[in-house]
Design a protein around this ligand. Sequence first.
Ligand SMILES: Nc1ncnc2c1ncn2[C@@H]1O[C@H](COP(=O)(O)OP(=O)(O)OP(=O)(O)O)[C@@H](O)[C@H]1O
Ligand SMILES: [Mg+2]
Length: 459
Amino acid sequence: MTGKEAIALVDTVLRSANSGQGLNDIQSVVFLETWAGRSYTEIAKQLGYQHDYVKQVGSQLWRSLSQLFGEPVSKRNIQAVLRRYQQSQQSQQDWGEAIDVSRFYDRKEERRSLESWILEDRCRWIGIFGLGGIGKTALSVKIAQEVHSQFEFVIWRSLQQAPPLNVLIREILPILTEETETRDSSINSFMTQLRVKRCLLVLDNVESILQGGNRSGQYQCGYEDYCCLFERIADEPHQSCLVITGREKPGGFTVREGKNSRVRSLTLKGLSGADGEQILIDKGVDAASSQLRKIVNYFGGNPLALKIAATTIQTLFGGNIQAFLAQGTTVFSDLWDLLEQQFERLSPLQQQIMYWLAINREGVTPAKLQEVILPKVSGRELFEALESLHTRSLVETGNGNLTLQPVIMEYVTQRFIKLIEQEITCEMAAVQLPDFFQKSGSFFALKNLSFSTCDSLHF
Ligand SMILES: Nc1ncnc2c1ncn2[C@@H]1O[C@H](COP(=O)(O)OP(=O)(O)OP(=O)(O)O)[C@@H](O)[C@H]1O
Ligand SMILES: [Mg+2]
């Protein structure tokens, strides 16, 4: 164990015992220096403190650690005590198909929040939501790795193939009960295990068991029992924690969330500038920071988009970022597929809203959207559709305005052009046409498309 690992372990154990209070600065220094084999006299000299003060900090630290670990702890035996503690705490881990996160950038703030929700606040249900490719899966693996020593069991599973709940329980229950197999797939038995053991269960891709369209957040037919499990995990007392990730949030949880509740959720945004730049550099893009930053901003710090963009810059533009940016059409294969997948799930009304926001280019308030663009839609319908789009991170709100992230706007725009080119009678027919033509007319001019393309549409 290195000094850094040791101090992290001591800090975590202290925090969970002292309602969030870990080592202070001077205690940390004394601990690390002692771990490195230095005497109090040497530490005092190095830090410019009185010897007696350092000794007092050290003695106090050993006293509280003795209480914590239930045996006398001193600078002579601390290494052995921590090793024994770690062995006794070894958790059973089953990572399923979890991805490799050895190259993971920052997310310090999110990791700090999640760690304190899990360890200090003892949350029972935590959701991580956000756009495709934003890094939910990666973060869920990273955080589970970071807190694993605090759990008896860590189980990570993807719901991407939409396993029926009884299949999932039958797979997980034997791990928890340490039996070879079980025929039992009841939620009751599962809850019993979560009560008697401290388990961290991560379920990735929860959107796979949810319905698309305006019914976002509701469970797919045949998967309603997941709702029962999630609600029981959120509401009943037990000592475990469920972390779910998804592009959509299951219904019924927003009302349960709160600062003092054991139910929390995190909406994941893109990576910060410097970390996003690092992803491009890792993928071999060689350019000035200001140029890299432009790409990061363009893709809203979405790590998947950045990876794809990096590949595109190299393969299609010979590493020339300027050319890539100038080209303007930055929605390419994989990312397109990703967005397409999300778009297909939207209801006609939600798709219309997306088209309108893309055509409009600038932000628009919900009231304006209804007044100018969708007057035939009731306020309630519009509000529900917008909320669902917001939950899926497809629409953003800033200063009361609805906007699209640049890459999403590009995607929707391209999709719209394709729709027009194919002369498909689209759902737009249901909305006010003059406005539609007016808007799309200026849009076509913008895109150098002739108005006649629009005229030939069969509404
Ligand atoms: N903080 C990070 N540092 C480095 N790479 C990251 C980071 N976050 C995500 N990535 C990488 O970006 C890609 C997309 O991340 P991830 O698969 O976690 O997205 P997601 O939100 O789970 O997407 P989806 O909704 O499609 O499941 C992956 O290749 C992942 O390794
Ligand atoms: Mg994922």
